[in-house]
Design a protein around this ligand. Structure first.
Ligand SMILES: [Zn+2]
Length: 234
């Protein structure tokens, strides 16, 4: 049997020892939460697509299922992929503004370098955003981020919940008049998703995650501003 607290109830976030009990001969029964008397995790019976739709709808239960009751481990790759999407978007916007069609090799290398530069900038912004969030939460609720595993769980939750950035690619590929609006929607969606991830991971009210995100954005813009001040073309 799994250790106590290996899982969490997706309804009330109480720790649970198991998600289901195996009665042999193929009989499985979903465990009932001792605290709220509801099934600990109804999603274990659901199709992955349903779980994904519920996660897109920002349902706290779906977030708890993914973060606490699955062994999903794609946050690192997802983060790199999201940064690539963002770098590509900025790089395209840079090409649009420079309007150079000269097929000179030198220009091609300069364009490639531009892409790496955009990747660097996107990484810097993402890192400062996360640092801002961590500082705020650690300052407001130091007891919530005591151990390394608390820290890594929150980091994983924030990286996973930024999956909306993948939508940047279709948004720029199918470019139309409403593309700027779509990009703004994606940004808002990612922030809502991040706030829900913080709320679920640390079991907070709605207010504090938004405060953390606000300071994350302030910190991010502050760092970018400092880099520009020091002469970097950010
Ligand atoms: Zn419960």
């Amino acid at each position: 049997m799994a250790a106590v607290g290996a899982y969490r109830c997706i309804e009330c976030s109480r720790e649970a020892a198991e998600l289901y009990r195996d009665y042999q001969r193929g009989v499985l029964r979903i465990s009932i939460c001792k605290s709220c008397q509801k099934p600990v995790d109804k999603y274990i019976e659901y199709d992955a697509v349903i779980v994904l739709i519920n996660a897109i709808l920002c349902k706290a239960q779906a977030y708890r299922h993914i973060l606490f009751n699955t062994k999903i481990n794609i946050h690192g790759k997802l983060c790199v992929f999201c940064l690539l999407c963002e770098a590509y978007l900025r790089w395209l916007q840079l090409q649009d503004s420079s309007q150079s069609t000269d097929p000179d090799d030198l220009i091609r290398y300069a364009k490639e370098w531009d892409f790496y530069r955009m990747f660097g900038i996107a990484s810097l912004e993402q890192t400062s955003f996360l640092v801002g969030i961590f500082i705020t939460l650690w300052w407001m609720r130091p007891e919530m981020l005591k151990t390394k595993s608390d820290f890594f769980l929150l980091l994983k939750a924030l990286l996973l919940s930024s999956y909306g950035k993948l939508l940047l690619i279709p948004a720029v590929i199918w470019e139309h008049d409403y593309t700027p609006l779509c990009l703004a929607f994606i940004k808002v969606f990612v922030l809502i998703s991040n706030s829900q991830a913080i709320r679920v991971t640390l079991n907070l009210n709605r207010m504090l995650p938004w405060l953390a995100i606000f300071f994350g954005l302030v910190f991010e813009n502050g760092v970018v501003y400092l880099f520009q001040k020091t002469g970097w073309d950010v």
